[in-house]
Design a protein around this ligand. Structure first.
Ligand SMILES: *Cc1c(COP(=O)(O)O)cnc(C)c1O
Length: 379
């Protein structure tokens, strides 16, 4: 078995078309037909010829194909790449066509998509507590673990068992802890999605999403739908994402190491900031046995804190030197977000922290000084 770090750099070597060491950026939307390819589309068995002979970039383009080769190997299944995490999720629901979706705490955009399908009478939405009562064959249980914005973990294996007992499929959004941190197939997932915008991209400069399924036929169907939904990843973004993936493992391991130190510091020093810091949530603070088993490669680099007042949340970000106040996560640069600004379903005093690749000590000093200032103000 080739190790993950080697796959990130070499899995797509087989898609080399030219002698360039770095994959060229292809900006063309249309590709010349060649004489040996003059086969009417009606005579084609499927659309897989597009991987070798691109025709139009909405259907497929060279760096999109490279990404699918790489992700299929890296994520252990049949991968389909999309223009964003949400277009990957939309494609999954469209293709698997469940009558019911079971979801509770999830990324707000995924909830909104399930609600659109519900609005159009195609799906009924239930909570994770209602699986035993309502789930039937072909339904989807949608679990996000670790979950946004808390950074805590659900017991994936337990949900897989509950879904499978009813004939339902378990879709896991693994955005918060991609391999090598966590491999969700080990715990019974049937479908995996990642927003590649976050850790895989890692530089806050591209949107992308990836869906991974277990059988090749399903991958083909998804790619055919994607042609007509117009949700393929863009040309330039596909190049940026390939470039990012080469260093992905180094980045996420550093981020994971950093978060573990930072959360430990905050947890041990909570008492010092008693007038500011109300609570900290993160997988590393969970006591259940399954958490370490699932996150066997390291903890997810996002956690959340709740502060005592909304006023403190507003001023917290402005006191930080290295954490920028912005939404999103997964980049090499650390961010905080007063989550009320973008999530309609959230505690108004929650601040999400996305830990980047800076020095953990500098990040701890930064957070400690901002908390101390707020503590002093509250006295
Ligand atoms: C960001 C995110 C998404 C959506 O991904 P986009 O690339 O922004 O469309 C879905 N799930 C989770 C957990 C996310 O963090």
């Amino acid at each position: 078995m080739v190790e993950l770090s080697t796959l990130l750099i070499h899995a797509d070597d087989k898609n080399n078309r030219v002698t360039d060491v770095a994959p060229p950026i292809n900006v063309t939307t249309t590709f010349r037909y060649e004489e040996q390819d003059l086969i009417p589309i009606i005579e084609r068995e499927d659309m897989s010829f597009l991987d070798e002979r691109p025709v139009y970039s909405r259907e497929g383009h060279p760096n999109g194909t490279r990404l699918e080769t790489l992700f299929s190997e890296y994520l252990g299944g049949h991968a389909v790449i999309y223009s964003s995490g949400l277009s990957a999720y939309f494609a999954a629901i469209m293709s698997f066509n469940p009558k019911r979706i079971f979801m509770s705490q999830n990324y707000h955009g995924c909830i909104a998509i399930a609600e659109m399908f519900q609005r159009n009478g195609m799906v009924k939405k239930y909570t994770l507590d209602e699986i035993e009562q309502y789930a039937e064959k072909g339904d989807i249980v949608h679990l996000e673990s670790p979950v946004n914005p808390f950074g805590t973990s659900y017991d994936i294996e337990a949900f897989a068992k509950r879904a499978h007992a009813k004939g339902a499929l378990l879709l896991v959004d693994g955005t918060f802890a991609p391999p090598p941190l966590q491999n969700v197939w080990d715990f019974g997932a049937d479908i995996v999605m990642h927003s590649a915008t976050k850790y895989f991209g890692g530089h806050s400069d591209l949107l992308g999403g990836v869906l991974v399924v277990k059988d090749k036929k399903r991958q083909e169907l998804l790619k055919e739908d994607r042609i007509n939904l117009g949700t393929n990843i863009a040309n330039l973004e596909s190049y940026l994402l390939l470039r990012s993936l080469r260093t992905f493992e180094m980045r996420i391991m550093k981020q994971s190491e950093n978060v573990t130190k930072i959360v430990k510091y905050l947890d041990e020093n909570k008492g010092k900031y008693g007038k500011v810091l109300r609570d900290i949530t993160h997988s590393s603070l969970q006591k259940e046995d399954f958490v370490k088993k699932q996150l066997k490669g390291g903890y997810n680099p996002v956690f959340s804190i709740t502060l005592n007042t909304v006023e403190q949340c507003k001023s917290f970000a402005s006191q930080l030197k290295y954490f920028q106040h912005a939404t999103s996560l997964g980049g090499v640069e650390s961010l905080v977000e007063w989550r009320a600004l973008s999530d309609p379903h959230i505690d108004q005093t929650l601040v999400r922290v996305s830990v980047g690749c800076e020095s953990a000590d500098d990040l701890i000093k930064d957070l400690a000084s901002a908390l101390q200032n707020l503590q002093d103000e509250a006295n």
